[in-house]
Design a binder for this molecule. Structure first.
Ligand code: UDP
Length: 382
């Protein structure tokens, strides 16, 4: 029986652990924090009884039917549609930008066709291939909507001007000329009935798996295993020898109240004068539960230091150079595979993380059967 070491007990680490344990491998999972489930960690708030997503809201959404089936065998998923509101200029609007937002914002009652034509006139059509976030927004929705909904929020979220950020960040968001206010375009969406932690617990609950909490897997200790899967930060594996890959981190300010604080799960604050980006009221993520009291979190985004939890990889041009230097270094390693959001320094949704972890485990089992070398990256970070 071969031994496997895994750094990190989030979805990536837990899924690989589970797949390999089922295939007969002995797996040791090392997690520096005091809990499993990574940034998906959820726990009941002791005072209100509300299920809280400790590292910010995680809404499960996917178009991948096999991933949807996979998570549904780990937990009951309750129907949930993410409908986000925006506070801009002291008024409340519907997000993502849809026909309601456009009609509210411009004080009109346009039809889908009229609104599409109106936005076409607002948009800057001289931009052929948008490279920056600002160019993408100007081409996508035009200046007025860009200033109201994107410029301030993005500056707060990334700590950089939208003129310095890549267009790809905005491409995550839809623009709709109908009244569909579902934040996501995906076919499947829902929330696990008892939060995300039980899913990861179930994955790690196998006689071949041991979990070591509050324990870092060091590079030196990796040699104890036949193969290691590293879902911790790529640069941390190399003790930051080439420098730090930049991340944004989040700070949460707790707000407690009785009853209903804001009437919905998420309100984005788009104005630059308001220091937080959004407020999440977690009981609205579980509308099937009843709670007399409520707990909310205002999110403040800032550059992560070495002591902070890394959240969003920044991936500007210079960061990509540093990343490719780390990738080159990693390629010289043996018997290790870097996985997940931190291991590959990518902005990953949960469904992609899960899909890639399943794919990684499968590749490992295939390479073992064929007596081939397991790649250092199954999914390229570049
Ligand atoms: N964004 C914005 N205003 C909003 C919501 C999003 O400017 O009200 C921008 C922001 O730059 C953000 C990006 O669009 O990083 C992607 O938004 P998404 O909601 O996908 O961000 P996440 O959920 O990952 O924080």
């Amino acid at each position: 029986m071969k031994s496997i070491g895994i750094a990190g007990a989030g979805f990536s680490g837990a899924i690989i652990a589970n797949e390999l344990a089922q295939a007969g491998y002995k797996v040791a999972v090392f997690e520096p924090r005091s809990h499993i489930a990574g940034n998906c960690f959820s726990a009941r708030d002791a005072l209100s009884g509300v299920m809280v997503h400790k590292y910010g809201p995680h809404i499960f959404h996917t178009d991948k039917e096999h991933v949807w089936r996979y998570v549904n065998q780990l937990s009951v998923f309750k129907p949930y549609v993410n409908r986000v509101k925006a506070n801009a200029g002291g008024k409340i609007y519907s997000l993502p930008i849809n026909l309601h937002t456009i009609n509210q914002f411009f004080g009109k009652a346009m039809s889908p066709t009229e609104a599409a034509e109106f936005i076409r006139q607002q948009a800057d059509n001289s931009i052929a291939e948008p490279e920056t976030f600002e160019q993408q927004a100007m081409k996508f929705v035009g200046e007025a909507l860009y200033r109201a909904f994107f410029a301030g929020y993005t500056q707060k979220q990334w700590g950089l001007s939208p003129t310095e950020l890549p267009a790809s960040i905005l491409k995550r968001l839809p623009l709709r000329f109908n009244y569909d206010d579902n934040y996501f375009n995906h076919q499947f969406q829902g929330m696990p009935e008892h939060g995300y932690t039980p899913l990861v617990e179930k994955l790690l609950d196998h006689p071949n798996i041991t979990v070591h909490l509050e324990t870092k897997l060091s590079r030196a200790k990796c040699a104890d295993f036949d193969h290691v899967f590293w879902s911790g930060p790529l640069d941390a594996y190399f003790d930051f020898s080439l420098g730090h890959l930049p991340y944004r981190t989040l700070e949460f300010k707790e707000i407690r109240a009785s009853g209903d604080y804001q009437g919905t799960a998420v309100i984005n604050y788009c104005d630059p004068e308001i220091p937080y980006t959004r407020i999440s009221e977690h009981k609205h993520f579980a509308p099937w539960e009843q709670h007399a009291d409520t707990v909310c979190f205002a999110e403040y985004s800032r550059q992560a230091t070495q002591d902070d939890e890394p959240y969003y990889p920044v991936r500007l041009v210079n960061d990509k150079q540093l990343l490719s230097d780390y990738v080159a270094l990693a390629q010289q390693e043996q018997a290790i595979t870097f996985v997940g959001r931190l291991g590959t320094y990518r902005y990953l949704d949960m469904d992609v993380t899960i899909d890639e972890a399943l794919q990684t485990a499968k590749t490992f089992l295939q390479t073992q059967a064929a007596k081939q070398a397991m790649p250092v990256f199954v999914i390229s970070p570049l």
